[in-house]
Ligand binder design. Structure first.
Ligand code: RB5
Length: 150
């Protein structure tokens, strides 16, 4: 069965979201476009939370968000338990976000990269496995802020 993958953006990422959704469909994913559905001005958090909720609950294994810088979307998404939303502006950052940080949401800064770069970033993130090992311990500490020595 095709992997269900939710994607959402605000107005700044609206156009690139269409390109990425098409690329995902071509790759065989069952894409769920959670909006926004026009280039009209909107608020990024309204779109970050539905995608993050799905990833946090396990309904989706991974998800994709876009806004102008990637920052607002990542702030909102990272408030959800078990969500690790990474802003990636190059394929190399996307690869490292998977290998080292096990990022389960990719956030693309649509005003800072071209459509073509966006697709390359997406592919790097989709195709890179988590490296595990020492990174497991580091990721576990993200969810346990109170346990970390001061
Ligand atoms: C919208 O103008 C812009 O602020 C938004 O897309 C994003 O960059 C916020 O972090």
């Amino acid at each position: 069965m095709a992997e269900h993958i939710p994607i959402a953006s605000d107005h700044a990422g609206f156009e690139m979201k269409g390109h990425l959704a098409s690329a995902l469909a071509e790759m065989g994913f069952a894409v769920a476009d959670l909006g926004t559905h026009s280039a009209d001005s909107t608020d990024y958090a309204d779109y970050a939370h539905p995608v993050a909720r799905e990833v946090s609950s396990g309904e989706a294994k991974r998800g994709i968000l876009l806004c102008g810088t990637g920052l607002g979307m990542s702030y909102a998404a990272n408030r959800w338990p078990h969500v690790r939303a990474a802003v990636a502006w190059t394929p190399e950052v996307a690869r490292l976000a998977r290998e080292h940080n096990d990022a389960n949401i990719l956030v693309i800064p649509a005003r800072c990269v071209s459509d073509e770069e966006g697709v390359q970033i997406l592919k790097a993130w989709l195709n890179t496995p988590f490296e595990g090992g020492r990174h497991e311990r580091r990721i576990a500490k993200i969810e346990r802020a109170d346990d970390v020595e001061r």
